[in-house]
Ligand binder design. Structure first.
Ligand code: FMN
Length: 382
């Protein structure tokens, strides 16, 4: 299973096509829309989110709430398009349109302009904008639905925004109701208040903030992914998927960076066996992945997001037409989007895991996939 997206931030519609989806995945409008709404929420988001109420328009591949085995196409309409037809209409005279010639440090503007030989940063930023992640979340909704039928839940929480942090929370102790009830996706109310305060300070001073979030997948059977080929390694695939989310600058699996300083006995997870249940671990330092495969424990990943590049007190840049120093351009922007990025990363993780399940258990039909999964569970519990 994989997805592609098309669409510009202020174009008509963000679109995704998900291929390799087995027949028989039960999809609901409510679940798809709920994920889109979760991506839109979050303290520190900009004015754009007040304009948009994202809805998944399922265009192909689903009948009567069930996937047919055909590619699934989903559109997410940009309401803001109506305010941008002058700038974004696909046809018309270029000379009448205002150009953006002062690229923002930290964004795709300048390397994208050089790469595509345009003097108008809008040609780049409209596509590089994280508005595209709405389509990713829609694609992830299909993957999540498949995983739910296979007994896998993907969830996320925020551990840091700027200097405000709750520390590392054990995935087994995360209460998803508290996370979903928090506008910074932090289950610790005291830390959540500090995160909101940090965002307020950043907004008032024309600054932006990044942070750290965690994504976990519970209920994954051992042996998903692969050790025999580099491209099949689940750690590599998950890290690449999360790193593909705009502004993510590091990914950690399990104890990750911290494990470098510790002796082996403090890092590796002892194996135990219970008749009828099979093998498990007494700890989960590995974050549920060994040798490029799931090991049956909860998969735990953490990611660092850099501060948002668009600053209301802009950094200095160079005007690409005059080569004179200038202030970087200011688009309406989020001050902090760490909670939203966590939801996007959930979608990325879901797509990778759904694809790995399809590779292992079959990708034509959920009946066959679930049958193979059940036989596998029975065999490895012996
Ligand atoms: C959910 C989400 C929302 C974002 N919102 C903004 C924003 O409002 N303004 C902005 O400049 N960058 C925003 N970003 C970050 C940029 O998209 C990102 O920094 C940019 O595309 C450059 O890519 P890079 O940071 O990976 O190098 C957001 C990222 C995510 C994941």
């Amino acid at each position: 299973m994989e997805y592609r997206t098309a669409g510009e931030s202020h174009g008509q519609t963000m679109v995704t096509i998900v291929t390799g989806v087995p027949a028989g995945v039960v999809v609901t409008q409510e679940a798809l829309d709920a994920d889109l709404a979760r991506r839109q929420r979050g303290y520190g988001r900009g004015g754009r989110m007040a304009i948009e109420t994202d809805r998944a328009a399922v265009l192909a591949g689903v009948r009567c709430g069930v996937t047919t085995g055909a590619p699934v196409a989903i559109g997410v309409v940009n309401r803001d398009w109506e305010n941008w037809t002058d700038v974004m209409a696909p046809f018309g005279e270029a000379s009448t349109r205002a150009r953006l010639t002062t690229p923002r440090p930290g964004h795709a503007d300048l390397p994208g302009m050089l790469k595509t030989s345009t003097c108008d940063a809008r040609d780049v930023l409209e596509r590089a904008s994280a508005r595209e992640t709405a389509a990713r979340v829609a694609a992830g909704g299909i993957a999540r639905a498949l995983l739910a039928q296979a007994g896998v839940q993907v969830f996320s929480w925020v551990e840091r925004i700027g200097e405000a942090t709750c520390g590392r929370i054990d995935s087994a102790r995360v209460e998803t109701a508290l996370v979903e009830g928090s506008d910074v996706r932090c289950p610790d109310p005291q830390a959540a208040a500090a995160m909101r305060a940090a965002i307020d300070v950043a907004r008032e001073s024309g600054e932006s903030l990044g942070g750290v979030f965690a994504v976990a997948a519970a209920g994954v059977v051992p042996g998903i992914g692969g050790y025999a080929d580099a491209v099949l390694r689940l750690d590599g695939r998950l890290a690449a998927a999360i790193m593909s989310v705009p502004a993510i600058k590091a990914v950690e699996i399990g104890d990750g960076l911290g494990s470098a300083a510790l002796p082996g006995s403090a890092v590796h997870d002892p194996i135990v066996y219970a008749p009828g249940e099979g093998y498990s671990r007494t700890t989960n330092h590995a974050g549920g992945i060994e040798g490029g495969m799931s090991n049956g424990e909860t998969i735990v990943l953490r990611a660092s997001m850099k501060p948002i590049p668009t600053l209301m007190r802009p950094l200095r840049t160079v005007d690409v037409e005059t080569h004179e120093p200038a202030d970087a351009s200011k688009e309406r922007s989020d001050v902090c989007a760490v909670p939203a990025a966590a939801v996007v990363a959930e979608a990325e993780v879901a797509v990778v895991l759904a694809d790995a399940y399809c590779r292992k258990f079959g990708c034509d039909s959920m009946v066959d996939l679930l049958g193979a999964l059940s036989a596998y569970r029975e065999r490895i519990a012996r």
